[in-house]
Design a protein around this ligand. Structure first.
Ligand code: NDP
Ligand code: GDR
Length: 373
């Protein structure tokens, strides 16, 4: 029997990698996509299958985590063996701007999905994965953070995700559902949203290297994160649903770097050496040397990065470092891609895009950088 999976957030970074992964495993994959004025399916276009052909194994459904009736109807139609709840307003800084919406989608949305599963009598058939987050640890109580570390969320996003975490545990305990939390630390890729810090850096510096932008404006570059690759992390999401009993797991690499280090790696990938001088909001990164041919628009003395306090958050998570021992020992999961390798892959992707854009510009086709992708 072909297994069926339903993914919320299929148009996002993780949703696209997970859909690919499950299709390779032979699953029939259903994804929930929000209605938008643009297609917004760039991350899954390469696996799209025309629904008119026989045996199409990838299908998209219009839906939204704020709409119970819609979730119930899709679940009833699909009758999935596995549900992966990846849909969320996932930007921490944006959650301070839109706290109520974030609570509705990230917190209540999880409840709506669990309740729809129960209402349809699928609670013994359907396994449920909840995209929990290292942001739950916020103001960290223990280093490194593990499954037993107390939570102290520091943003409306993290507080909403805390509700989602506990309602998942509650449905497991109350109704015997196979429901798991993956407490995932930051994971990135060339498909990462452009406003998250790693992608902002790889894309921004690649654009600067090609003369499309002048300077990168950053927030707290002292922040420390445990960065992994999204491909490694979606594999683990699936593994968590294949166990005998449902459980919660920290997914992390166990290695931590600063945002400043990520800027340095990115610049190095482009053949640029940087020197950081000044402190606080006065800190700048200046070019000391350029080698190779990847950054023709950059020369020594250029200031490539400045601090803009508008990227500071009302409450910051300064440091996160995960302990993935439980995932390694119980599930045999080991991340295969290092943060530096991931950075190189992201730069290669963004540089190619910047070079294409620069070429178009040279020939008089001035597409806005934001639309060129
Ligand atoms: P993305 O922001 O790339 O994707 C989020 C997805 O959720 C998109 O498909 C988005 O749709 C969808 N979505 C947003 N609002 C709604 C809504 N109201 N109803 C239905 N779908 C909605 O996030 P990631 O792929 O990076 O992360 C996946 C999940 O994992 C998220 O829940 C995130 O909070 C969580 N997480 C992520 C980590 C990371 O480092 N990446 C770490 C820990 C947890 P659209 O394309 O239309 O915007
Ligand atoms: P985070 O990721 O908040 O950890 O949430 P993000 O990449 O946005 O920030 C990481 C750290 O970098 C600092 N920072 C900046 N961040 C952004 N976005 N833009 C900047 O200019 C900038 N300058 C410095 C931030 O202050 C922060 O400390 C991500 C999301 O994917 C969540 O959904 C997920 O739950 C967590 O990771 C784990």
């Amino acid at each position: 029997m072909t297994k069926k999976a339903l993914i919320t957030g299929v148009t996002g970074q993780d949703g696209s990698y997970l859909a690919e992964f499950l299709l390779e495993k032979g699953y029939e994959v259903h994804g929930i996509k929000r209605r938008a004025s643009l297609f917004n399916t760039q991350r899954v276009d390469h696996i799209y299958q025309d629904p008119h052909i026989d045996n199409a194994r990838f299908r998209l459904h219009y839906g939204d985590l704020t709409d119970s009736s819609n979730l119930t109807r899709i679940l009833q139609e699909v009758q999935p063996d596995e549900v992966y709840n990846l849909g969320a307003q996932s930007h921490v800084a944006v959650s301070f701007e839109a706290p109520e919406y974030t609570a509705d989608v990230d917190g209540m949305g999880t409840l709506r999905l669990l309740e729809a599963i129960r209402f349809l009598g699928l609670e013994k058939k359907t396994r449920f994965y909840q995209a929990s987050t290292s942001e739950l640890y916020g103001l960290v109580q223990e280093i490194p953070q593990r499954e037993t570390t107390p939570f102290h969320p520091r943003s409306p996003y993290a507080v909403a995700k805390m509700y989602a975490y506990w309602i998942t545990v509650n449905y497991r305990e109350a109704y015997g559902m196979y429901a798991c939390n993956g407490i995932l630390f930051n994971h990135e890729s060339p498909r990462r949203g452009e406003t998250f810090v790693t992608r902002k850096i790889t894309r921004g510096l690649s654009n600067i290297a090609q003369g499309l932008e002048n300077c990168l404006f950053m927030g707290n570059i002292d922040a420390l994160r445990d960065w992994g690759h999204a491909k490694d992390y979606v594999r683990m999401q699936w593994m968590m649903l294949q166990q005998e009993a449902a459980d919660d797991f920290v997914i992390a690499t166990g290695v931590q770097y600063s945002v400043r280090e990520f800027i340095t790696w990115t610049a190095a990938e482009l053949g640029i050496s940087l020197e950081f001088t000044g402190t606080g909001v006065e800190e700048v990164a200046t070019v000391t040397q350029v080698t190779g041919d990847k950054a023709p628009a950059v020369k020594p003395g250029d200031v490539l990065m400045r601090i803009d306090p508008r990227y500071f958050r009302p409450a910051e998570v300064e440091t996160l470092l995960g302990d993935p021992t439980k995932a390694k020992t119980k599930l045999g999961w080991v991340p295969e891609i290092t943060a530096q390798e991931m950075c190189a892959e992201m730069v290669a992707h963004d540089l190619k895009s910047a070079q294409r854009h620069a070429l178009l510009r040279t020939h008089g086709y001035d597409v806005p950088v934001s639309l060129e992708g």
